[in-house]
Design a protein around this ligand. Structure first.
Ligand SMILES: C[S@@+](CC[C@H](N)C(=O)[O-])C[C@H]1O[C@@H](n2cnc3c(N)ncnc32)[C@H](O)[C@@H]1O
Length: 230
């Protein structure tokens, strides 16, 4: 039958979509890849319906491939028996474990149908919290900044996995960017931390993203976006 990839939103249980809630309630098993996604899913389904999948925190491609294969092997029989769901924080198609699982299922269990229920991504949640408008004519790129990485080039970037805030900040400011960090946005019971001061974020926290704008970026949006088409 079908495996649903459901986006739970950034963490607050009431930011799950109505469709996501309906599917969670309808399926036989709900797989949760981590503690936070499990906490949100538990708001909608009984503990007995939750299935565990183990995803190692590693960058070793071989170990990761093995974990996805094992996950696909565990999920496939459930999804063939009745419907199942795999939940992720944010949206399942944005920098998510679900993409790897879906590709592994397509390759090794092509009899399983996969359907995605989108969720509110941290990509859009950040804009609400930071009070940012991405306007017509502006460029916005998504990148990773794990372990102090600091990609440069685009006018505006959202950086995921900012696990070494001081180093990322130092490199980005040296490259001419203004940087704002957001930690644990729209997560239940936890105040989000929004700051441009890296000293406030010395402690590593995986749920940190950054918004970087090149200092020379044109801050005034083109208010005639169709002019080029005329
Ligand atoms: C593997 S990516 C998953 C992204 C997710 N699928 C989405 O659409 O938001 C994990 C990264 O997303 C960012 N992230 C996800 N949820 C967040 C939140 N509530 N607050 C801040 N950053 C978040 C962090 O940078 C984290 O390291």
């Amino acid at each position: 039958m079908t495996l649903y990839g459901i986006g739970l939103g950034p963490g607050a249980a009431d930011l799950l979509t109505v469709r996501g809630k309906r599917v969670l309630e309808d399926v036989a098993v709900v797989y949760t890849p981590g503690r936070l996604s499990r906490r949100v899913a538990r708001e909608y389904v009984a503990e007995s319906k939750l299935g565990d999948l183990d995803f190692p925190m590693t960058r070793d491609p071989e170990e990761l491939r093995r974990a996805w294969r094992e996950a696909a092997d565990a999920v496939a029989p459930t999804a063939l028996d009745g419907d199942g769901a795999f939940v992720t924080l944010g949206d399942p198609c944005i920098y998510s474990t679900f993409g790897h699982l879906r590709r592994t299922l397509e390759r090794e269990h092509s009899d399983v149908d996969v359907e995605v229920v989108p969720g509110v991504s941290s990509v859009t949640a950040f804009a609400s919290v930071f009070g940012v408008d991405i306007e017509a004519g502006e460029e916005l790129c998504l990148r990773e900044a794990a372990d102090g990485a600091a990609p440069t080039g685009p006018e505006r970037m959202i950086l995921f996995k900012v696990t070494d805030v001081p180093t990322t900040h130092e490199k980005l400011t040296a490259a001419g960017y203004d940087v704002t960090f957001g930690r644990r946005l729209f997560m239940d019971d936890e105040d989000p931390l929004i700051t441009d001061d890296p000293d406030e974020l010395g402690e590593r926290d995986y749920y940190t993203l950054a918004y970087a704008v090149r200092s020379d970026a044109d801050q005034t949006a083109d208010d005639s976006p169709f002019s080029e088409l005329a």
